[in-house]
Design a protein around this ligand. Structure first.
Ligand SMILES: *[C@@H]1O[C@H](CO)[C@@H](O)[C@H](O)[C@H]1NC(C)=O
Ligand SMILES: *[C@@H]1O[C@H](CO)[C@@H](O)[C@H](O)[C@H]1NC(C)=O
Ligand SMILES: *[C@@H]1O[C@H](CO)[C@@H](O)[C@H](O)[C@H]1NC(C)=O
Ligand SMILES: *[C@@H]1O[C@H](CO)[C@@H](O)[C@H](O)[C@H]1NC(C)=O
Length: 156
C-alpha cells in the first residue's frame, strides 16, 4: 500500500496557502468552509463545555456532512454524532481548548472531519481547522460562524 502523508499545517501567524493546495488528491474550493450553527458554550466550576451543530458542503471530491457536537474542554478530540443519513465512512470530532491553556480569551474550538473514499475504504483524509468563538451561554443568543480547515493529512 502506498502511504501518502500530506501534512500541511500553518497558522495565521505564519503564511496562508490556498485550500486547493491542502490536498492535491482531494482539492477543496477556495471558498470551502464548515458552518457551525447554534453554538452554545459556557463554563462551570468543573470546566467549560460546548454544544453545536456543524455542516460541511459537498464538493466534487469531499462529501458533505451534518453533525451534532457536544462535550467538555478535555483537550483532545471527542467524536460528534453525524445526523444525516450519508455514508458511515465519515467521522466528525471536536475539541475545546481547556480553560487553563486558554491565553486568548474566547472559546477556541477545533473540528476535524475524516472520510474515506467510498470505493477505496483503505484510504482516508482528515481535515481540521479551528475558530475562536465565545462563552455565550446565558449571556448571548446561540451563534453561527464558520470554520475553515487549515490542515489535512491522508493515507491513500
Ligand atoms: C437552530 O436553532 C433554532 C432555534 O432554536 C432552530 O429553530 C433551528 O432548527 C436550529 N438549527 C440547527 C441546524 O440546529
Ligand atoms: C442540531 O440539529 C438537530 C437535527 O437537525 C436538531 O434536532 C437539534 O435540535 C440541533 N441542535 C441545536 C443545538 O440546535
Ligand atoms: C483526525 O486526526 C486527529 C489526529 O490524529 C484525531 O485526533 C481525530 O480524532 C481525527 N478525526 C476524526 C474525525 O477521526
Ligand atoms: C443560524 O443558522 C440557522 C440555520 O441556518 C438559522 O436558523 C438561525 O437563525 C441562525 N442564527 C443566527 C443567530 O443567525
Amino acid at each position: 500500500m502506498l502511504t501518502l502523508t500530506a501534512l500541511v499545517a500553518f497558522t495565521s501567524t505564519t503564511f496562508a496557502i490556498p485550500l486547493s493546495a491542502l490536498n492535491p488528491r482531494q482539492p477543496a474550493p477556495s471558498t470551502y468552509s464548515w458552518s457551525v450553527i447554534n453554538w452554545s458554550a459556557g463554563c462551570a466550576r468543573a470546566g467549560c463545555y460546548y454544544d453545536f451543530n456543524i455542516t460541511g458542503p459537498c464538493t466534487s471530491n469531499i462529501p458533505s456532512f451534518s453533525a451534532y457536537c457536544s462535550g467538555n474542554d478535555v483537550g483532545y478530540y471527542v467524536a460528534c454524532s453525524i445526523n444525516d443519513d450519508g455514508p458511515d465512512t465519515r467521522g466528525v470530532a471536536a475539541s475545546l481548548l481547556p480553560r487553563e491553556q486558554n491565553t486568548e480569551g474566547g472559546a477556541r474550538i477545533s473540528v476535524s472531519f475524516r472520510y474515506s473514499e467510498v470505493d477505496v475504504p483503505s484510504t482516508y483524509y482528515n481535515y481540521s481547522g479551528s475558530a475562536v468563538s465565545s462563552f455565550n451561554q446565558f449571556v448571548a443568543p446561540l451563534q453561527n460562524f464558520t470554520i475553515t480547515p487549515t490542515e489535512v493529512f491522508g493515507v491513500a
